[in-house]
Design a protein around this ligand. Structure first.
Ligand code: BGC
Length: 268
């Protein structure tokens, strides 16, 4: 490919990404070549109750702050936003760990109106997964990579040969009669004050089941808890290699920004 053709498909080098979580809403300016944040990330607590209107207000505050920084992307450039629910054609179809009023909300339109610029919304784990295969622990891996995020819930992303299959929702598999995330998420460990070895037993049960169903080439474990991966990953016995996420807690921001750029034809 000529230099010209290449630059046509990589029209922007940075984009704003936001990651909406149950406790915090974080944003950053992402260098799309390196998959890294430019400058610090900016975080505001998730409002309580986390209704669409209240969250949209915080999202606008974060984008205003990031947009006012020196070297920020253009004011009409797209923004990528991740959300912890099924996002089908821009609409939220679930709300496991956020206010129930999100169900059936057109999240894409809500944020497009609040920001007055193009927006691309996607599931939070899908964004993290995309970032990990592009820039992180799953880079260059052919076949199926399963990225599992352990946080307030359990998020999941399936990427096959670099292509994301969205909205997998493996956190809600039923394992031993329980919704999996109610027993094996990072918040379940904290809530029940589990020792690492006891938590690892739950993760073993969960990952063995997912491994049986999908036979992935690689598991990547994300979420804040991936910082403590030494405490639990070595205790797991699986056929599949399992690695901590490389982008740690920024994977959602990075993947969201990348997907927005791809969606609007500004990046390949
Ligand atoms: C939600 C998913 C989300 C995950 C991580 C689950 O409860 O159903 O959509 O990706 O939590 O936030």
């Amino acid at each position: 490919m000529s230099k010209d053709e290449k630059s046509k498909k990589n029209k922007i080098s940075t984009a704003i990404g936001l990651d909406i979580g149950g406790t915090g809403i974080k944003g950053g300016i992402v260098d799309l070549k390196k998959g890294k944040l430019v400058g610090d990330r900016y975080r505001i607590d998730t409002p309580k109750p986390s209704t669409p209107e209240a969250v949209a207000e915080v999202v606008a505050q974060i984008v205003t702050e990031l947009g006012s920084r020196e070297g920020a992307p253009d004011a009409d450039a797209p923004v990528g936003i991740t959300f912890p629910a099924i996002i089908h054609e821009g609409v939220a179809l679930s709300a496991a760990n956020v206010d129930k009023s999100w169900i059936d909300t057109d999240v894409d339109t809500l944020f497009t109106d609040a920001l007055n610029r193009p927006v691309q919304v996607m599931n939070d784990a899908d964004a993290a997964g995309l970032a990990e295969v592009r820039y992180g622990a799953g880079e260059g891996v052919e076949g199926t990579v399963l990225v599992i995020t352990l946080g307030t819930g359990i998020g999941s992303a399936l990427i096959h040969d670099g292509i994301l299959v969205p909205n997998l929702e493996l956190g809600h598999l039923e394992v031993d009669g329980h919704d999996a995330e109610s027993r094996a998420s990072a918040s379940a460990r904290e809530r029940e004050d589990l020792a690492w070895e006891d938590y690892a037993v739950r993760l073993q049960r969960y990952f063995s089941h997912v491994e049986f169903l999908f036979s992935p080439k690689l598991f990547v474990v994300g979420g804040g808890i991936s910082k403590r991966s030494e405490d639990f990953l070595p205790r797991l016995d699986l056929r599949t290699p399992i690695k901590p996420a490389a982008l740690k807690n920024n994977a959602g921001i990075v993947g969201g920004a990348l997907q927005a750029a791809i969606h609007f034809g500004l990046r390949k």
